[in-house]
Each structure stands twice: as C-alpha cells, then as structure tokens.
Ligand binder design. Sequence first.
Ligand code: PPS
Length: 567
Amino acid sequence: MQNHLSPIPELFVSYDSAQKLKAEAADLPSWDLSPRQICDLELLMNGGFNPLKGFLGEADYSSVLDDMRLADGTLWPMPITLDVSDDFAAGIDLGQDIALRDLEGVILATMTVTDRWTPDKSREAVSVFGADDPAHPAVHYLHATAGSVYLGGPVTGIQQPVHYDFRGRRDTPNELRAYFRKLGWRKIVAFQTRNPLHRAHQELTFRAAKEAQANLLIHPVVGMTKPGDVDHFTRVRCYEAVLDKYPASTTAMSLLNLAMRMAGPREAVWHGLIRRNHGCTHMIVGRDHAGPGKNTAGEDFYGAYDAQDLFRKYEAEIGLEMVDFKHMVWVQERAQYEPADEVEDGATILNISGTELRRRLREGLDIPEWFSFPEVVTQLRHRYPPRHKQGFTVFFTGFSGSGKSTIANALMVKLMEMGGRPVTLLDGDIVRKNLSSELGFSKTHRDLNIRRIGYVASEITKNGGIAICAPIAPYATTRRAVREDVEAFGAFVEVHVATSIEECERRDRKGLYKLAREGKIKEFTGISDPYDVPETPELRVETEGVEVDACAHQVVLKLEQMGLIGG
Ligand code: PPS
C-alpha cells in the first residue's frame, strides 16, 4: 500500500473505552467549545491535523509563531490553541483532565491540561497574520472573541462532533484514504475552495488534474470561512450541480469542517498538510490563496503570489506537490476558456467580477452561461433574490404623537395592497403590550425595548417579509445597533417623522404631554428626556400641513427608488 493511502493515526479511543470515559468525564470541569474550537477539535481527533496530538502547549505555540515549526522541528504553520476565559483557567490545576463539550453539552473529548498561559495576542497576530490589524478577520477574532488564556495538552477523542447536514458528503482522512484505495486512485489533486464553483473553476480544476495525470478531489471548506461568504448550504448544492460536469469517475467531492483563518501564505502551507493527511498528492494553489482582503490602509495583506512562494519553499516537507493555478479566461471568438497566458493577441476576453456578479443577482439581471452553469445560477438566485423580493425593514422614529403610527398603518395597507410579501407592523404601543409589558421608560428599558423590536424585525427581514417598526427610539446608538442587526439580512430604511415637539404637544392626542408638563409622567421624551435627531435617515417626513396619505406615499416612493418594491 502506498504510504499516502495507509491509515493515519487518530485520537479516538475504542467504542467501549469511549463509553466508560464519557461517564467518568461527566464529573470533570468542562469547557463549552466555541464553533471554531469544535472545528479544530474534529480535525485534531480524526487525524486531519496530524501530527498534532492535542491543543498546542506553550513551547509548541511559541515555536509555531516564530518558526512555523513545532518545538521538535516538525513543520506546522498554524497555532491550534484552546482559548478559555480567565475564570475557567483559574479553576484548573496543571495535570488535570477537563471535558470538552459541544454547544449542546455533549462530551466530545477530554484533555489533560499540561500548559496554561496568557498569550501576547499582538505578537501572535504579527507572527501568524503579518499585522496586528483588526481589518484581518482572524486578528479581529483573536482580540474580540478568543478568550484571554490558552490551555494546552493532549486530547483523548470520545466522539466526532455531530453534523445533521450533508452527512454522506463528509469524510475523515482515513475514510478518504480508504475510498482512494478502493478506487485505485494513486494521484489525487485537491482543490480547496470557499466559493461557489463557476465554469472557470471547473475548467481550471479539470486541466490541473489532466496535467498532473491525477484524479480530482473537490475539497470545499464548510466549517468557518471569511465573514460574508456564501453560506455552505447554498455552496454545497452548487458543488453538487458542478460535479456532473466532470468526466465520470475522475472526480470526487468531500466536505472539510475546517475553520479557516484567512492567513494567506501560512494558511496555504497548512492547507497542504491537511490535504496530505487526507490522502492527496497534489494541491492547486491559486492567486491570493486564503486572502483576507484589504487592511486598514486599504492595501492587500499579502502579495498575490506569496502563498505560492511559501508553499513551493516547503513543498518537500509538506509532502504534496503544488499545482499552479491557471488563470482561465473566456475567449469570445473561440467560445471557450483558455489559460490567460495562452490567449492570442487581439482576442476578446470576457469576465464577470465577484462584485458584478453580486450586482446582477441583486438586480435580477442576466448571468450568461459562459460564466456559470444554469444550475449554479438557480441556486444563487434562490439564496440572493433580487432586492424587490428580499425582506426589508422600515423603521419610523420620532416623538410621541408625531404621526409615526398613523403613517406606519397607512404604509402597511399600501404594501398589503401591492402584495407579494407578508407585512408585519411593530408599532410602539403594540410592542409594549405584547413584547415589553414589563418595561418602563428608563434608558436601559427603552434600549431593551428597541433591541427586541430590532431582533424581531431582523428575523422577519431574514425570512423575506416586510417589518414596519414605529417606536420613539430616541437613542442614535440603539437605532444604529438595530440597523446592523437588520442589514445582515436586508435593507433598513430609517424614516424620521420630523414633527416638532411644539406641534406634538399642541396636538397632544393622548393627553400625555399635559401630564408630562405637570410632572405626572416622568422621563417623557422631548419634555424631560432626550431625543437624538437622526442625522442621515433614508427619509425625513414633515407632517405639518401634509395629509397622512401623502406622507405614506413619500415612503412608498423611497422604497421604489431603493429597488425594494416594484421590479
Ligand atoms: S421607546 O422610547 O421607543 O421605547 O418608546 P415607545 O415604546 O415607542 O413608547 C410607546 C408609547 O409610550 C407612551 N409613553 C411614553 N413615551 C415617551 N416617554 C414616556 N415617558 C412615556 N410614557 C408613556 C407614548 O404614548 C408612546 O406612544 P407613541 O406611539 O410614540 O405616541
């Protein structure tokens, strides 16, 4: 049997021992793993991170930072560390076992804690990612999310993390090795990806495999990728569609539950070691492999070919050959993809950038077949419907009695008349009755009330509906937080109902201003409590001397202008 296909060591104990260990581990101090730690633990236990036997201790950590090597000299570029809170770390004695649990409390492994230290995170950021710059997603994670103390030590595997999605498509390194042995595959080119595959990718992977006279493994990352990437559910459906485009029995696909760090060159070397562990002999390394985007100064973190250079330097030690990425372009006259450096002078090259693709999806425009397969486009259109089919939130803000509720009601009826999307009204009074009945009007309570409205609105927006909110929402910072919650899923349209406090008091429809003036209602917005006037709302509506219907119509026109209705 060839070495790269023989079984690789795992950290799991036998089934019987696991049952026993699980029962014993119930009494141990236990750490609830973060989603990233679960990904790391899975690959530690199943041999994906071979030769690591657990989370790094301090000496290995330090050596990985400085030299990309474990303390014994073995090549390893990425610190795989167990970050925990101060409180948890303080209660642990060195030499003690701890239980590692998933998000539901299931014990996946135990770890004997041999090391505990407080890392210098800035040093880690500079060594591993090249800069202590929060624009780098992993540096941001390091400072904002990761715990302040690291624990290290050998891990004993009890069970794999449970996955309910695409179970048949997930393989451990040993399962893939066995699969390659069974099919008689001897040379295998891995293609690492965190993006949907379009025709250019299919062409380049096919060519790479042909050139290396090897079979192809599409090995997409489904653990954690760059924030803002297409979710893995959508991507896997896209990959499945593309798989049919390769010649039968040349190509396989397997999902890798890796938490990427976007560390460019170091990440490429790490990806190589992981693919070697999965039985591959070659890996495609592209332009800007695992690139994190721009830094705070607006420049690329790494040079476009730094990853290829570093990979080439360590190729022998990684034990895997690099296949250069060919930049494939569509040549119009020849109606085919060709490597950019082989295109004849004067030929017409067509390209659609990522930004242009997103624009076409957003606006429901044509995406030509030369660019992507219709099945892939269908999946992407399903996930990213054009704006006029996406959910959105209209957020009215203004003084009590400014006319928010009346305009919001009129808008709701107009949108319902148009049809197409469900409309929900979250009026201030309705919310206070149904969601926030225990709250008063202190700053803390008002913020809580508005954050609840924001949470419900963001869920409605996520699910393709229209949420119309009409609270006073006096604080700019809270409105901003709600905007961020909603904008993760769709548009947020802030409408300032700019009726002056004098006019609201003159109208005094509920008689509350009179009571506020008499001091019978405390903390009354505009009288005895502040209101931050929105500086840049999407729309400002003046109500004095204007019909309600006309005010609501202004909002409708704004929604139309933003592409949220009509189309
Ligand atoms: S907040 O600040 O956004 O949480 O307020 P909201 O939930 O929109 O307030 C809803 C209605 O509560 C009445 N009310 C008060 N408003 C302001 N300040 C104080 N102290 C207060 N006490 C009661 C007021 O009538 C609000 O109704 P609207 O619909 O705005 O007229």
